[in-house]
Design a protein around this ligand. Structure first.
Ligand SMILES: [Zn+2]
Length: 116
């Protein structure tokens, strides 16, 4: 896998392995790819080091997030539970929710949602 960034899930989640609650992280491939750690509400970086994925100011962008292992014990959930959907508006991370579609990996890591 190439470079990516990380977004921390806003709600703590219990690990089925170690039974501890903590805030897990999802990895995503968008903006300047340099292992930045983001929280909901933060603005994506475009001017730091790292390759750029996408373009600044693209409006509404939907990004696929892939869950990392448990922050405390490293346990990985089953594949069906590892996909998340991140919504970005004007380069600000607005939300992250579990992807319940069961579609797995998208064809691309992100997609611009047209205004309608
Ligand atoms: Zn754990």
């Amino acid at each position: 896998m190439g470079m990516f960034n990380r977004l921390q899930l806003p709600e703590a989640m219990e690990c089925p392995n170690c039974s501890q609650r903590s805030k897990w992280w999802v990895q995503f491939v968008y903006s300047a790819l340099n292992l930045s750690n983001y929280q909901i509400g933060q603005r994506l970086h475009w001017a730091d080091w790292g390759d750029l994925e996408g373009e600044p100011g693209a409006g509404h962008v939907r990004i696929q997030g892939v869950l990392e292992g448990c922050p405390l014990c490293g346990f990985h959930l089953d594949d069906v539970d590892k996909f998340y959907t991140i919504e970005v508006y004007d380069d600000v991370i607005a939300s992250v929710v579990k992807d319940a579609t069961g579609n797995g990996y998208w064809e691309s890591d992100w997609v611009v949602i047209p205004n309608c």
